[in-house]
Design a protein around this ligand. Structure first.
Ligand code: CMP
Length: 481
């Protein structure tokens, strides 16, 4: 069974006190004999030197007992203050208390044992003593005053994580004494930094009661979507232990690197002292999240692409999906399988990031779009403010108004999430219209409806002037049908 450290310390203290008291008692009892022995050795009786030696030894014992007494007083006083008022005095204050109390006791003992001596004069008149003392105490006093300024300034406290100096000693502050700052590194080593050195060096402080941030880096292949990567990573990091839920982690592209897209994750910790473990856990979580989401880390590679001419409706190796998407669009329902394949082959795929503009109001436009994946928002500007007219999902189309009438774009279209659209140009549509003239009619109905939605509630006339019959003839004129 192991005893607690405080009990061990108490036993040691009691043993040292008992030994010191016993030694002092014995010396006091035999002081006269020791003096007589010394006088006998020196050949003079009475001898002032023998008397001084005995007094010095007595002073030495009194000093030891005084020191032990001050230590006991210190523990009692500050221990009581902590118990009663929950005040944990800094080590430096305890040290100052010890030094002052001990000096007072020592001076009392000195005047008692050497009544004729003036201690002040002894210190001030002895130049050599002064030089020796000054040189010896140079560093000690430097540390002492630097320690006092650290206590007064309180740039950091016990429990904070600090990084000191050019050597970047990093660890948790365990103690600030009159001589040094004691930090425990993350390898569980203790580093002591002299106060006077710390006062000269830059110190990076991560306070314990502060939300401190960390950065973790990773990369992905260029083929992996940034929007998906950012979403997957953010969710993985959010759920990791010791990541604060007060601020959402930030995932962003740091660089477009040689081997892939470089990202950084910025997250805030609950307990900063555990940042190594948390960084590691985050990397682990990202790895698993990537596995599930089909994302890939990048590593130095050289990829050789061999491009083969694609067959009708099988563009980008995913042509089947494009044909399927177009045949599910209402207005293309009357088209034959060959016509839909032709349209699919003519369609060009584009990917937009969340928030990106696909179409800008007022721009000229000669193509229409089908939402293949994702969602878009149609917006118009009303009194300088954006008004959402519609939200279009997978299988919906937009951009037909400018394409079929030759007029500028009537609204802004923004991607709401990562969105893939299929762009169909004027030539491909004309071919479709040539073989399916009925299509023009159904399109003109949809366009008339959309125009009504575009017009503001107060502006009814605008809607009426764009009736489906008017649009129909405009399309026919434009396409020369
Ligand atoms: P275009 O004018 O070429 O560019 C903006 C597009 O927004 C427009 O074609 C339509 O396709 C689309 N749009 C405009 N108004 C609406 C609406 N009310 N509902 C759905 N889509 C619309």
């Amino acid at each position: 069974m192991t005893r607690p450290r405080s009990t061990n310390k108490l036993i040691l203290f009691l043993a040292a006190s008992a030994a010191a008291l016993l030694a002092a008692y014995l010396f006091w009892s035999f002081a006269a004999d020791v003096k007589a022995l010394l006088e006998h050795r020196m050949g003079a009786s009475p001898s002032p030197s023998a008397d001084t030696i005995v007094r010095i030894v007595k002073l030495f014992f009194v000093g030891i007992i005084g020191y032990l007494f001050v230590r006991a007083l210190n523990s009692l006083f500050f221990g009581l203050a902590f118990k009663l008022k929950r005040i944990d005095a800094p080590t430096l204050i305890r040290n100052i208390f010890t030094i002052v109390a001990f000096t007072i006791l020592f001076l009392i003992a000195f005047t008692f044992l050497f009544p004729g001596q003036n201690l002040g004069a002894l210190f001030t008149t002895s130049a050599i003593f002064g030089v020796i003392l000054g040189l010896a105490l140079q560093d000690t006093l430097g540390n002492f005053f630097a320690g006092i300024s650290l206590q007064a300034d309180r740039p950091f406290q016990v429990g904070d994580v600090i990084t000191v100096g050019a050597q970047r000693h990093t660890g948790v502050v365990e103690e600030i004494s009159w001589r040094a700052i004691k930090i425990r590194t993350f390898q569980n080593h203790v580093v002591l930094i002299a106060n006077s050195n710390a006062a000269k060096e830059p110190i990076e402080v991560c306070p314990r009661d502060n939300l401190n941030a960390r950065l973790v880096f990773f990369n992905t292949l260029y083929t992996d979507s940034p929007a998906k990567t950012i979403h997957v990573t953010r969710e993985a990091v959010r759920e990791t232990d010791n990541v604060s839920d007060k601020i959402t982690p930030i995932v962003r592209i740091k660089n477009l690197g040689d081997n892939g897209v470089d990202y950084e994750v910025k997250y805030w910790l609950i307990d900063y002292a555990k940042y190594n473990d948390t960084d590691a856990l985050i990397r682990q979580r990202i790895w698993y999240a990537f596995r599930r989401a089909g994302l890939n880390f990048a590593f130095p590679t050289r990829t050789l692409y061999v491009e083969r001419p694609s067959r009708m409706g099988q563009r980008d190796g995913d042509g089947g999906a494009v044909v399927e998407r177009l045949s599910a669009v209402d207005i293309f329902a009357p088209l034959s399988a060959d016509e839909t394949s032709m349209l699919a082959q003519a369609a060009v795929r584009h990917v937009f990031a969340p928030g990106e503009t696909v179409i800008r109001a007022g721009d000229p436009g000669s193509s229409m779009f089908v939402v293949h994946k994702g969602r878009v928002r149609v917006q118009v500007s009303e009194n300088g403010r954006p008004r959402t007219v519609a939200t279009l999902n997978e299988g919906d189309f937009f951009g037909e108004m400018a394409l079929f009438t030759g007029e500028p774009r009537t609204a802004n279209v923004l991607a709401l999430e990562e969105t893939e659209v299929l762009e169909i140009g004027h030539a491909a549509m004309k071919r479709v219209f040539d073989t399916n003239p009925d299509l023009v009619e159904s399109l003109s109905f949809i366009m008339a409806e959309r125009r009504q939605g575009l017009a503001s509630q107060t502006d009814d006339s605008a809607a009426n002037t764009h009736s489906s019959a008017g649009i129909l003839s405009a399309i026919k004129r434009f396409f020369g049908i």
